[in-house]
Design a protein around this ligand. Structure first.
Ligand SMILES: Cc1cc2nc3c(=O)[nH]c(=O)nc-3n(C[C@H](O)[C@H](O)[C@H](O)COP(=O)(O)O)c2cc1C
Length: 188
């Protein structure tokens, strides 16, 4: 069966660079045989604020949780906002608290590709580290290859949103390969 890979992230900006990068990783995974699904910035903005004491879920919330439950791997992309993960992306991740009582708790055993786009290297670095911390807290396995784009200095997208910069394309390809190749070591 094809690997199912779900992308989560991006902003409400047209041509959000973080979302385009996540879509590029998913496209590369699809080229390698995966089934992919993206929850981009506008879709994430439809999610109500997560309330741990309110059991009701909107159709959009239920769809995201169901997609993550069925996933074999994730790609999470955020802008660096004020030195951290954006509220829209964090709200989506907080909703995945719903998977805490599942047979597979949170992202247990799942590879997770991480992407940050920020207007400077400092926010890119600290936000990538923060996102890794979140994924570790949710028992996921961040791929060794994280992607941090400096959206002021790097302009890797062509007019149709695909990546035309060779070094960024290589990072995308490496992360996709790691997502597709990940397998837990057999138990001793
Ligand atoms: C509210 C807000 C806060 C931001 N904070 C930072 C920041 O602390 N450091 C930084 O380098 N860039 C910051 N930026 C710039 C964004 O990270 C940058 O434009 C990023 O590439 C946006 O991603 P997008 O193309 O997916 O929308 C901020 C932008 C906004 C709108």
């Amino acid at each position: 069966m094809a690997r199912r890979i779900v992308g989560i992230g991006g902003t409400l900006r047209a041509n959000s660079s973080s979302e385009l990068l996540a879509r590029a990783v998913l496209a590369e995974c699809a080229r390698l045989g995966a089934e992919t699904r993206m929850f981009g910035g506008p879709a994430l903005a439809e999610l109500p604020h997560f309330n741990p004491e309110a059991p009701g879920r909107s159709p959009e919330q239920a769809e995201l949780v169901a997609a993550v439950r069925a996933a074999d791997a994730l790609v999470i992309a955020t802008p660096g906002y004020h030195g951290g993960v954006s509220g829209v992306v964090k709200n989506a991740l907080d909703l995945l608290e719903d998977t805490r009582g599942d047979a597979r708790v949170y992202f247990d055993g799942m590879p997770v590709g991480l992407i940050v786009s920020a207007a400077g290297w400092q926010a890119g670095g600290v936000t990538l580290a923060a996102l890794r911390g979140i994924v570790h807290a949710m028992r996921g396995w961040p791929t060794p290859a994280g992607i941090a784009l400096n959206s002021i200095e790097q302009k890797p997208f062509g007019p149709d949103g695909t990546i035309v910069d060779a070094s960024v394309a290589q990072m995308v390809a490496v992360q996709a390969q790691q997502l597709m190749a990940f397998a837990l070591a057999p138990a001793a």
